[in-house]
Design a protein around this ligand. Structure first.
Ligand SMILES: C[S@@+](CC[C@H](N)C(=O)[O-])C[C@H]1O[C@@H](n2cnc3c(N)ncnc32)[C@H](O)[C@@H]1O
Length: 270
């Protein structure tokens, strides 16, 4: 999140990184994740939902995977750069039916309700205080059918403390075009985790190789906040949800101490 981010404005911290986001996250198995989403539908809903919202959909990985499986999809994200990649990917796959909307997750508006909402890959951690979480959860509740499902994940306190911490690391990737030309991309991360506020600041520097062998550099800053299971459970209850489960993995297992991600499943009580 950029430092001049205003609460009423769409989220705009994915400017430079949007271009390489999918390549840097290529190891995430969205098909397996979507299997978990559908397993939740079978477990917790009487009927398969028809229309889904993928909140903070980013470049549309989950949106397009669920569309492919036959659901009508709406994707909402606050970053125009991330959404334009989602549009391009949808166009490449000849998908005209998924609706992408540039909106903030705290204040988004839809035309009607949906059967389930997904919000993947720690997007909820980008909400930096409880009031923003409450607004988002209440908004999700408002647009869910009675008993509709809300599925989201967050990075665990263990991940903030032990993996992010004050560590620095580099992700690298190579893009090979049709002519066999190789373009290198490096993304450097410098983290700072403030245990008092629970906010982790990520200073990202992206180096993209040009044709002449030099590199273009772009920098951006993002912030995530750490929330405990108990905090999120309380916030769900305050906004009209019943917590159905908090899992450590896509196999519905209990989170272990060194679990890096919690998967929440909640039902909108109406
Ligand atoms: C880590 S990415 C995850 C994207 C996608 N869900 C995925 O699985 O790849 C976080 C996303 O949250 C979006 N985001 C963060 N804060 C937001 C806000 N307040 N409103 C809307 N989108 C937001 C960012 O633009 C970004 O696309």
């Amino acid at each position: 999140m950029s430092s001049n981010h205003k609460k009423s404005e769409p989220f705009d911290a994915y400017g430079a990184i949007a271009r390489v986001y999918d390549r840097l996250n290529a190891e995430i198995d969205y098909a397996a994740w979507a299997n978990f989403v559908e397993a939740c539908f079978s477990r917790y809903l009487p009927n398969k939902p028809e229309l889904l919202l993928d909140l903070a959909c980013g470049t549309g990985s989950m949106t397009l995977e669920l569309f492919r499986r036959g659901y009508d999809m709406i994707g909402v994200d606050g970053s125009a750069d991330m959404l334009s990649v989602a549009y391009e990917r949808a166009a490449e796959k000849n998908i005209a039916g998924a609706l992408f909307l540039l909106q903030d997750m705290r204040t988004f508006e839809l035309y009607g309700t949906v059967g389930a909402v997904t919000c993947c890959l720690d997007s909820i951690n980008y909400l930096l205080d409880e009031q923003d979480i409450r607004r988002t959860f209440a908004n999700v509740h408002n647009y869910l059918d009675p008993n509709g499902l809300f599925l989201f994940d967050v990075n665990s306190p263990y991940k903030f403390e032990q993996i992010y911490g004050d560590n620095a690391y580099i992700l690298e990737d190579e893009l090979i075009d049709e002519d066999g030309n190789v373009q290198a991309v490096y993304c450097g991360w410098q983290n700072h985790y403030d245990r008092e506020t629970g906010i982790c600041t990520f200073d990202l520097s992206l180096f993209e190789e040009r044709e002449d062998g030099g590199f273009d550099r772009s920098d951006e800053q993002q912030n995530e906040r750490c929330y405990s299971r108990e905090q999120l459970h309380k916030l769900l209850e305050q906004t009209g949800f019943e917590l159905l489960g908090c899992f450590g993995d896509w196999d519905f297992s209990e989170p272990q101490e060194n679990c890096e991600r919690y998967y929440f499943v909640a039902r909108a009580k109406k």
